[in-house]
Design a protein around this ligand. Structure first.
Ligand SMILES: NC(=O)c1ccc[n+]([C@@H]2O[C@H](COP(=O)([O-])OP(=O)(O)OC[C@H]3O[C@@H](n4cnc5c(N)ncnc54)[C@H](O)[C@@H]3O)[C@@H](O)[C@H]2O)c1
Length: 276
């Protein structure tokens, strides 16, 4: 059994992007998200079973969410073979961020106008960074505009993004959101904009206004877990069962709740890398 700490995680982002795309295309069994309040500010959550056709293993992730600390999401992923034997226990914050950021960026890359090169990030934390970094692995990003309730977070984000090779710029054609908001923070966008919204992943959380959602093509990962009304799923778009964006003026939204299967894909990726 491997014990993989934060320093042991080797991730090849382009290869992981291909693996996650393939898993999303294949579709996943409905996953469970079991959530319990620990204190008024902290929740404990279990995501299971992470299963995907073609990977001979499953995951159980146990994590805590505490918006008041950084990182806000901490926990472990247990990787088992399909007979139940424990293969690895893996520190989860980086895996959660990379799989979430990559999932959000894959949705953006799939649904945004092909020529869109400018980005706005709303929520300049761990998942906001992970989304921008993943998007730069999928398409060129010329500039980023950032919005956060915390001006220090905005400043730190822009310095970090400059180090990634993405300078500050105007409002973007692709909006990547990852806040803790419980009220909508984005109500209107220009025609043709794509928005990925990661923060509406639990009951009571919301990032997008009702009018924006009603006028957009809304794509989710799992309609049973979604907290927004969905037009289709990312799996259906990847399989060609739904066309996705149909015009340059259409507004598209990707609002994933986060699938247990994403934890499996990245856990299997780092496990295989650790063995090689
Ligand atoms: N859908 C998924 O798959 C998935 C997976 C993991 C996390 N998440 C969600 O992503 C969100 C962000 O997580 P994180 O780990 O990046 O947290 P974080 O604390 O690292 O970053 C969140 C940032 O958002 C800012 N913020 C909070 N409320 C805001 C608001 N109303 N307007 C603008 N900025 C605001 C904070 O100041 C902070 O900088 C959470 O809601 C989390 O539950 C979703």
């Amino acid at each position: 059994m491997l014990l993989l700490g934060a320093g042991d995680l080797r991730i090849d982002l382009p290869r992981l992007a291909a693996e996650l795309t393939e898993a999303l295309r294949a579709g996943a069994e409905p996953g469970q998200r079991v959530r319990a309040a620990v204190t008024p500010d902290v929740t404990a959550m279990v995501l299971m079973p992470g299963l995907s056709p073609g990977i001979p293993a499953y995951t159980v992730k146990v994590h805590a969410k505490n918006p008041a600390r950084s990182p806000a999401i901490t926990g472990v992923i247990c990787l088992h073979d399909l007979s139940g034997d424990l293969l690895a226990i893996i520190d989860s914050p980086r895996l959660t961020a990379v799989r979430t950021g990559l999932g959000g960026a894959l949705g953006a890359h799939l649904l945004a106008r092909p020529e869109a090169r400018t980005v706005t990030v709303i929520g300049a934390g761990v998942q906001g960074r992970a989304q921008l970094e993943a998007l730069t692995a999928l398409r060129p990003v010329e500039s980023v505009c950032v919005r956060d309730v915390d001006p220090v977070a905005e400043r730190d984000f822009l310095a970090w993004a400059a180090g990634l090779g993405v300078p500050a710029g105007p409002e973007g054609e692709i909006v990547l959101m990852a806040t803790w908001s419980r009220v909508p923070v984005l109500h209107e966008v220009p025609p043709g904009t794509h928005v990925t919204s990661l923060g509406a992943d639990e009951p009571g959380k919301a990032e997008l206004g009702a009018d924006l959602l009603a006028s957009a093509l809304v794509v989710v990962d799992d309609p049973a877990l979604a907290h927004v009304a969905a037009g289709t799923t990312i799996g259906a778009v990847l399989r060609g069962e739904h066309p996705g964006r149909t015009s340059a003026e259409e507004v598209t939204v990707y609002s994933p709740a986060g699938l247990p299967m994403q934890d499996l894909v990245i856990a299997w990726h780092v496990y295989r890398n650790a063995l090689s």
